[in-house]
Design a protein around this ligand. Structure first.
Ligand SMILES: Nc1ncnc2c1ncn2[C@@H]1O[C@H](COP(=O)(O)OP(=O)(O)O)[C@@H](O)[C@H]1O
Ligand SMILES: [Mg+2]
Length: 232
C-alpha cells in the first residue's frame, strides 16, 4: 500500500485580533490508499480544523501535508482548488442537496462545473446513483427521499469524479438510527471496493465501524489504533 495522506508536524493557529489559538499542536499521521479511518474526538478538539487541512480547504500554519505526493504547503489557492476538485469527494452533515432538483440533477452538478456535455453527465450521474443503491430513485427530489437516501445521493455526487479520497465530516450527524445504519453500510461497501475513506465523528459507535481510529484531543492525536471492527 502506498501513502495517500502524509501529515507531519502540523500545527494550526487561528488569529483573531491580538488573540492566538493553537487548534492543532503537532499532528503526525500517515493514511494509506484504501484505508478506512475515523478521526474521533470531543467538540472543540480540532476535528474540523484537521478535516479542513486534509480537504485542502485550509493550509497548516506549520508542518507539511502531502496528498498523493504533492506538498500542499507549496500550493496557492488556485492550485489547492484543483487538487480539491480532482482528488477529494466531500460529504457533510448537512447534505447540501438542491431541493428543487431531482437526484440525478444534484449528482451531475460537479460535471456541470467541469463543462462535461449533458448526455455524458446524465449517464455518469445515473451510474453513480446505481453504485449507492439508488438506481430506482434517480428522478426523485430530496424531499421525497429518507435522510439516509439523501446522504447516499450526496455520496454519489462526491464520488462522481472518482476522487482518491472520500472525506466525510459527521456524515450521520443529522440521521436517525435506521438512516445511520444505511449510510454506514454504504461506507462499508465503498471500503470493500477499495475506496479510501476518512470519516470525522464525535460518536464512538460510528468511529467503531472504520478499520482504524485516530483519537484527537485538544489538538493532538492521542491514540492511533486498529478497531476490533464487527461488521453490522
Ligand atoms: N476560525 C477560528 N478562529 C478561532 N478559533 C477557532 C476557529 N475555528 C476553530 N477554532 C477553535 O479551534 C478549536 C478546534 O475547533 P474545531 O476544529 O472546530 O473542533 P471540532 O470540530 O473538534 O469541534 C476550538 O477551540 C475552536 O473554538
Ligand atoms: Mg467540528
Amino acid at each position: 500500500m502506498s501513502a495517500l495522506i502524509e501529515i507531519s508536524g502540523v500545527r494550526k493557529t487561528y488569529t483573531s485580533g491580538s488573540v492566538e489559538f493553537e487548534a492543532l499542536r503537532g499532528i503526525d499521521a500517515t493514511i494509506d490508499e484504501g484505508e478506512y479511518v475515523a478521526v474521533i474526538g470531543p467538540s472543540g478538539s480540532g476535528k474540523s480544523t484537521l478535516m479542513n487541512l486534509i480537504g485542502c480547504l485550509d493550509v497548516p500554519t506549520e508542518g507539511h501535508y502531502v496528498l498523493a505526493g504533492e506538498d500542499t504547503a507549496e500550493l496557492d489557492e488556485a492550485a489547492l482548488a484543483v487538487i480539491r476538485n480532482r482528488r477529494i469527494g466531500f460529504v457533510f452533515q448537512q447534505f447540501h442537496l438542491l431541493p428543487s432538483m431531482s437526484a440525478w440533477r444534484n449528482v451531475e452538478l460537479p460535471l456541470v462545473y467541469a463543462g462535461v456535455p449533458r448526455p455524458e453527465r446524465k449517464e455518469r450521474a445515473i451510474a453513480a446513483l446505481g453504485r449507492v443503491g439508488l438506481a430506482d430513485r434517480i428522478d426523485n427530489r430530496p424531499g421525497e427521499l429518507s435522510g439516509g437516501q439523501q446522504q447516499r445521493v450526496a455520496v454519489a455526487r462526491a464520488l462522481l469524479t472518482e476522487p482518491d479520497l472520500l472525506l466525510a465530516d459527521e456524515p450521520t450527524g443529522n440521521l436517525d438510527s435506521t438512516s445511520t445504519r444505511d449510510v454506514l453500510g454504504l461506507f462499508d461497501e465503498l471500503h470493500e471496493a477499495g475506496r479510501t475513506i476518512v470519516l470525522i465523528t464525535h460518536e464512538p459507535d460510528v468511529a467503531g465501524r472504520a478499520r482504524r481510529n485516530l483519537v484527537i484531543d485538544d489538538g493532538l492525536i492521542t491514540v492511533d489504533r486498529l478497531t476490533a471492527r464487527v461488521p453490522a
